[in-house]
Design a protein around this ligand. Structure first.
Ligand code: CA
Length: 235
């Protein structure tokens, strides 16, 4: 299955929106678009994009408000794009949890580089000796390749679906640490998803069938009963 990162563009200026969309689509991103804040926030909560490109000057609200609301429940990467050149706005956006800030006008290669960096940082599993963030996690026979969106067990691709990959990727990012059911549901399905754990359990059962030799005695993803799941410590 071809898994592409989903990016939401929030921008009211049609020509800029189309410019960004063309760049992203040419680079195999799955693109969502919104031209005002209310619509944008509901797309964020219902479609849970992998990254958000946020214009601050929107017709119905200040983009900072969206940033603030999303940060109440998610660490998803948010790249602020704005015509504002004042230092004060940049500092405020970064303080509120923006991952990066680009000032208009900007070029395609700059935008793509910022996106790749923000995604990599979000998924970072460790810093390599040369200072780059590593894009691969290895834990026993399990390998997660974050750049290619692939998970391998003993070298064989296990063919996860988009949501299965997001779950395994998230557990991998915090390998060794327990992630609660609520946290996982919120990060993958958004804050409005029913808090009963059925959808999570179904996904986890499918993941285990693909990853584990014996799903009843997992080697890679463990259940902390009543709390959540934990991935094996990385090598
Ligand atoms: Ca604007």
């Amino acid at each position: 299955m071809d898994i592409r990162d989903r990016i939401l563009i929030i921008e009211d200026d049609r020509s800029i929106r189309n410019f960004i969309r063309a760049i992203l689509e040419a680079n195999h991103y799955d693109v969502l678009m919104a031209e005002e804040g209310t619509q944008a926030y509901s797309l964020i909560t219902s479609r849970c994009p992998d990254l958000v490109i946020l214009d601050l000057g929107l017709p119905d609200m200040d983009g900072m408000k969206i940033l603030k609301k999303v940060r109440e429940w998610s660490a998803m990467p948010i790249l602020v794009v704005s015509a504002r050149t004042h230092e004060k706005d940049k500092v405020e956006a970064l303080d509120l949890g923006a991952d990066d800030y680009i000032t208009k006008p900007f070029g395609a290669s700059e935008l793509l580089a910022r996106i790749r960096t923000a995604l990599r940082h979000y998924r970072a599993i460790g810093q390599l000796p040369d200072g780059r963030m590593g894009g691969t996690l290895v834990a026993g026979g399990l390998t997660i390749d974050y750049d290619k969106h692939r998970v391998y067990v003993d070298g064989a691709d296990v063919n996860l679906t988009q949501n299965e990959f997001k779950l395994v990727g998230l557990l991998g990012r915090y390998a060794g640490k327990v992630l609660t059911y609520d946290y996982l549901i919120r990060e993958i399905w958004g804050p409005n998803m029913d808090k009963n754990n059925r959808i999570l359990r179904v996904n986890m059962a499918n993941i285990r069938r693909k990853l584990e030799k014996n799903p009843a005695q997992p080697q890679y993803i463990f259940t902390e009963v009543g709390v959540g799941y934990r991935m094996l410590d990385p090598d």
